[in-house]
Design a protein around this ligand. Sequence first.
Ligand SMILES: Cc1cc2nc3c(=O)[nH]c(=O)nc-3n(C[C@H](O)[C@H](O)[C@H](O)COP(=O)(O)OP(=O)(O)OC[C@H]3O[C@@H](n4cnc5c(N)ncnc54)[C@H](O)[C@@H]3O)c2cc1C
Length: 331
Amino acid sequence: MKRIAIIGAGIAGLTLAHQLQHKAEITLFEKSRGVSGRLATRRLGEFEFDHGAQFFTARSNAFKQFIAPFIENGIIAAWQPRVLTLVPGQKPYRRDWFEPHYVAVPRMNSLAKALATELDIELQTPISSLSVVSDGQWQLRTPDAEWPETFDWVISTAPVIQSIALLGEHLSAGILADDKALQDVQMSPCYTLMLGFDQAIKLPFQAARANDNSIEWVMVNSSKPGREELFTLVIQSSNAWASQHEEADQDWIRQTMLADLEKLLGTPLPPTTVESLHRWRYSRVEHALEQDCVLDWQKGLAACGDWCLGGRVEGAFLSANSLARQLAHSL
Ligand SMILES: Cc1cc2nc3c(=O)[nH]c(=O)nc-3n(C[C@H](O)[C@H](O)[C@H](O)COP(=O)(O)OP(=O)(O)OC[C@H]3O[C@@H](n4cnc5c(N)ncnc54)[C@H](O)[C@@H]3O)c2cc1C
């Protein structure tokens, strides 16, 4: 069997590994302590927060088919919150969602954990570089050492800048119809503020889209299916605001978002029990490659992820699914 190294255990890396697991010997390398990437959950004491993707939609048949068994076994459920649009100083108005919005249950990283079962995953193992050894085999390096085994294929599912840093110099010329296309892919940052309270706050919504300040979404995280009863809010900044303030003092970011939240709600917040801010350097794909994946048959290198097709969780799945199908024929 061919040996494949997959860098990154987010939804793209896990989809790929899951779909190729009986066709090749696969090792996933993940720099973090757990799987799931940006489909993330953080625990702070008794409180849990989905601090990355909030929900996802399923528009393609391939993704609908993929999630169907997980809906069946309760790992994915539709979330039907009351949704409002909030504008500072104005009366909120109701929004309707015209398609199902899904979440993993009981926390966003549950889907990744289900996919990860029985896969060979090296956690806390950042891949820093690769090089060719004999017979076109690839050798991976972590910051501390060379990985002892070599691989026929190396596939990066890291965000675009990290994927280019790893694979760029090794790709055959002409792999991309237009090399500039890869340079043009853009991802924007986002700040997530997590707030946990001892007592529930009465709010007229479970999800609110905000306009005209630092905040884009306010989610009552604890209102999603299967969550703990402790009341939690997840506040996400707009990507444009996060881009403007990417290097700003974190305490200023936190205070600005809290003040903007109180303006949106039109009332002061009760004291929080836990509070934490997370900066996502690569959150949303602003400009995608518009190509399913990057695939270099000659060198045994490939890359996929949400930055290829955009479209977020579903886009990451579709990119990995396409790459898995193309590779499956040759394995
Ligand atoms: C704040 C926020 C809100 C979002 N909201 C939504 C939403 O509401 N709906 C939606 O559909 N999508 C949303 N998204 C986007 C969605 O989360 C992503 O599109 C999707 O999870 C991307 O999956 P991926 O596998 O392509 O990448 P990732 O999840 O980023 O996975 C890549 C993995 O590679 C690992 N990695 C990187 N470099 C290395 C290395 N050198 N060595 C080893 N491992 C490495 C990373 O740690 C990571 O785990 C949101 C994202 C964020 C951050």
